[in-house]
Structure formats: structure tokens, C-alpha cells
Design a protein around this ligand. Sequence first.
Ligand SMILES: *Cc1c(COP(=O)(O)O)cnc(C)c1O
Length: 231
Amino acid sequence: MSTLAERLSEIEARISSAAKSANRTRQEIELIVVTKKHPVALNLDLLDLGVRNFGENRDQDAKPKALELEQLCIGKNLDYKWHFIGQLQSNKFRSALGYASVFHSLDRQSLLDSMISATSDREEPVDVFIQLNLTEDPARGGIEPVNLLKFAEAVLACSKLNLLGVMGVASLDRTPEEDFETIRHASETLCSLDPKASFISAGMSEDFETAIAYGATHLRIGGAITGKPMI
Ligand SMILES: *Cc1c(COP(=O)(O)O)cnc(C)c1O
């Protein structure tokens, strides 16, 4: 069985080689290690291996974990970040804002409304991605690509939200190539409105090399690095 360090370095090597094939640099790609369903000991091990970006998708699990890690890291002066990557109930945003600094799943007006009210008294804006719906099923959540610009205008109108770009999860309806092309096209459209919102959160364990070829800047990789869930 491979160790965490071996899996991380194998994925790092694959990211670098996919970046090279796409004529891109490793530095323009951020690796977020998704630690959901694992205990905080994994985050500690990852910190030792140099990882500074963690992804979680449930506030109920992430909040106590973030608190624990903070306690365990007192005095260590480590600059790490939590990325909230899963669907978020509007009434949980305020809680998640207690630890997460990047929200990848802004996917509907009601969540935007609660982001606007919960961030009104902040000094620093919060980083967000707009999540696209790449399925045929509107119930799956996410902004339909045709509605992206209108929704993005509403996000950009809020000075306490810093729009980084678009996020997507490849669907089972089409090939990853088709979905990542849709995301890239949506990203170009968004950039016509705000050139700074040029980042793309896409790519998971099974498809990150394809995502890199289509311009992904923020990879969210879990299982290929963390192994099977422990809890
Ligand atoms: C779990 C999860 C990931 C990571 O998935 P893996 O297949 O384990 O790499 C990425 N993005 C989201 C939104 C997730 O929920």
C-alpha cells in the first residue's frame, strides 16, 4: 500500500506534467486537497508535507475539524486555508465563514442573499466561485451557463464578495472534455464582464489532467491523495 507522501508526490508529478503538456506552468495551478471524511490527523500530516489548501464539503464536519486544527497549530505560524467546496445551505454560510476563506459553490440567489447579509460588516471581501450546473437537471443546483452573466453582475455588485471565477463538477451526462469546454467557454464569457474573475475551479481525482488541459486553475483532489475515507 502506498503512503500519503507517495500519493501526494505522484499527483504533484502528474499535475506538473499535465501543465507542461498544456504549455502552462505549475505555479498557475493551485492544488486543494479535499480532506472530507477524514480525521484532522490527515490535515496535520498534509501540513507536514507542505499542503496549505484544504477542501471540505459539509459544514457540520468541517467546522469542528477547522477548530481542532487551529488548536493543534497554535504557535506554529502556518498559513493554511479552508476551501468550502460543497453545496451550502444558506443558513450555514455564516458558520462556514468562521473558518473558510474561499467558497467554490455559490450556486443560487438565496445563497448570494445570505452571503451579502453575512459579509456586510466585514473589512476584507470573501473569495467566491460561481458554480455552474453542467447537467440537464435544474434540480442539481448551480447556475445554468446561459444565466451566468446576469448572476455574475449581482455578485460583482457586492463589494464584500471577490469573484474569482467559475467552478464546475464534470457530469455523467457527457465526456469530461465536453464539460470542461463548457466551463472554459463560461469562463471566457465571465472575463468579458470582469477580467479579474478568470480562475477556474475544476478537476478531481479522476479527471484533473483533462481539467488542466482546459484551463483549470484550482484543482480539488480528494481520494487520489487521501486514500479511502477513515470516518
Ligand atoms: C469530494 C469532492 C471533490 C474531490 O473528489 P475526489 O474524486 O475524491 O478527488 C471535489 N469536488 C467536490 C465538490 C467534492 O465534493
